[in-house]
Design a protein around this ligand. Structure first.
Ligand code: G3P
Length: 264
């Protein structure tokens, strides 16, 4: 059985390390992934973008400023990741901004991150920030990772296209959306409701990833359809406890060790 299917079959709530163990190590780096594996997180979440020369690399923001030494090295600001070739990006320091202990940690490629996490027996929750569904499907096929990983995205059209490309792949729909049908959504419309569950289900996903604004009716609607709900980004025990009491199936957290105390 595939790793992702095995996790979905677990009755216990899952603990998901957000950008790795990002409270203790720089987000989206191999050290953060290593700590998440040591902490026995069920999944290790990461984000990927695509470089100017077409290489998927692991990084959260669209600009390099916050979590690399790009500004310190090049001056200026607003350095766009997608404008740089891979060899420039993988030369950056993606750890020193977090602490001097992690200076020199590299900005990893998606390829090496998947080898690292999956090779350690982990399950990667891949969040696609940029890049086509065809290219994503190609990566999953080439690395023989169908359903040994989960793919999530805020872009539900991307998810529908990836679902068409690999119908058996476990996918997660992220929300809340900022707009729908070309209309900006009001705050109240951003709560996860049964309506959003129905919309997400149409993209062929098995998981909904949402922030803490969710209703009991949405949890019931998701479970009635066989969908799981994973909630981000929950770092405090009381909030995690309340959400688990509501029936959510997974907690996405910067500190998987702290949240895992709830399961003991
Ligand atoms: O895993 C869900 C969460 O990562 C979504 O928000 O901004 O961290 O990608 P963001």
């Amino acid at each position: 059985e595939s790793r992702a299917e095995a996790l979905l079959a677990q009755p216990r709530p899952l603990i998901i390390a957000h950008r790795g163990f990002s409270e203790w190590a720089p987000e989206n780096t191999l050290p953060a992934f290593a700590l998440a594996i040591h902490a026995e997180a069920d999944l290790v979440e990461l984000d990927y973008h695509v470089t100017a020369d077409g290489v998927p690399v692991v990084f959260h923001d669209y600009t390099l400023d916050r979590t690399s030494n790009a500004v310190a090295q090049w001056g200026g600001s607003d350095w766009q990741l997608e404008a740089q070739p891979a060899h420039v990006l993988t030369d950056l320091d993606a750890g020193g901004w977090f602490s001097s202990a992690y200076a020199g940690a590299k900005l990893p490629t998606l390829n090496e991150s998947l080898d690292f996490i999956q090779g350690a027996g982990g399950v990667t929750l891949i969040e696609r920030k940029a890049g086509s569904a065809a290219d994503c499907a190609e990566i999953i096929h080439a690395k023989r990772l169908i359903n040994d990983v989960v793919v999530q995205a805020f872009d539900w059209e991307f998810l529908a296209a990836l679902h068409d490309a690999i119908p058996t792949q476990v996918l997660g729909a992220l929300g809340p959306q900022k707009e729908w049908d070309g209309r900006k959504l009001a705050a109240a419309e951003k709560t996860l409701s049964p309506l959003w569950v129905e919309r997400a289900a149409k993209s062929g996903v098995r998981v909904i990833g949402w922030n803490r604004h969710i209703t009991a009716e949405a949890v019931a609607a998701a479970h009635a359809r066989g969908l799981k709900i994973w909630v981000y980004t929950i770092n405090e025990l009381p909030a995690a406890k309340a959400l688990l009491a509501l029936g959510v199936d997974g907690i996405i957290t910067n500190n998987p060790l702290r949240i895992s105390r709830l399961r003991k």
